[in-house]
Write a protein that binds this ligand. Sequence first.
Ligand code: GLU
Ligand code: MG
Length: 469
Amino acid sequence: MSTTVTEQQVPDRPPTADARAERAARARVAAARLSAEGVDGVVLGWVDNAGLSRVKTVPVRRLEQAAAWGVGAAPCFDVFLVDDSITDSRWIGGPAGDLRLIPDLDRLVRLAGQPGWAWAPADRFAQDGTPHPGCQRRFARRMVAAARQRGLELKAGIEVEFVLALAGPPAEPPAYPTSGPAYGMHRLTDLSDCLRELLRALDEQGLAVLQLHPEYAPGQFEVSVAAEGPVGAADTTVLVRQTIRAVAARNGLRVSFAPVVEPGGVGNGGHLHLSLWRDEQNLGQGGPGPYGLTAEGESFLAGVLAELPALLALGAPSVASYLRLVPQRWAGAYQCWGLENREAALRLIPGPPDEGPGAANAEVKCFDATANPYLAVGGAIAAGLAGLDARRALPPEVPGEPSALPEGAVPRLPAGLAEALSAYETSGVLREALGEPLYEAVRAVRQGELTLFADRSAQEIAEATRWRY
Ligand code: GLU
Ligand code: MG
């Protein structure tokens, strides 16, 4: 299994003069190519702890400078909330200081849905070139490196569910561009040109789309993409969402990735698929454990399952997440696992026969798209590795509808962000993996959003967050 340079660990030291010069040289070549293709601006993107994509941009001729030295960005972005208000945290916050955004040239791509623009995910560094401890992308990379130290590799993929609505004043209730039934051909027919444009744009950007289909809720669709290294998968989900937004805008539409567009209905998930590998062998199959799990594969999943209440503070991190994460919406509201069970937070997927050996994976269903994807994948890996180190075993499988079992038979995951935050606050695994500055910044943002929405109804929460993610 190959991994990209993107998955390598960032050194803790500032780059040498040679390393800077090499980045500059690569960027010079890339900028010339992009310019010839009609690109004027390059987006340097990162995702904040509230789960929002934030950006700086440079004219294409400044890409070389940006790759060598970075572009300035305030550290207080780490404590921005979903409504753009700013909280504070123990280590990071306040108006002072500056960081450097350095574009990852391995993921630099011309944006097919936004002619004239290119995009690259950025890592964040201090002015002196040392990594910023709050950099979520580096956290994910550190967790990949921690797995690699044990001889393990991971593949990940994040499903993107979204709702399309007619572009109109954000304050008005959403009007959908299709009234077709769930999973229905009507929806495809109504939005035929737009969806074709989307497929083409994703393809032009080199993204390996597996499926595009209408989903359950009004105006809802889903894009799934092939698995890749965890950091790459997080980058890809940012790019997929950016592309959906851009194509939607060009078609007079608005997109919501929020957990719920309308409270009471089915929401948007951000399911995370994971598989664990050693020596090119998928540890989810061919072993003596349940459904062919190897001992390591089982312990890894048991670690993820055990840590789920705390992981929700990374994977379902908004107040609105809990309007979605309820039983009987296929959101995975119970802390259990089951073969192909869509009501289990951890759904074991042996893999379809046409995908051959290697397709087995587990799906963390309870996560949604308000998660910073780097925190979500990094946190899941940290939990899995802790399970592996402790040689954890999976509890018995829950094969059917958990809510049909006697009350308490299957643990319910936190029913609100406050409960998930309490679990996070006692999670030694996540605290150690994230490191104090990032751990505390995340905690402050969760606390800030709890306060922000303390007295608000479900309807008000949905309205305030619907178009933010
Ligand atoms: N939309 C559901 C969710 O909130 C998931 C539906 C599915 O299983 O694809 O996660
Ligand atoms: Mg789905």
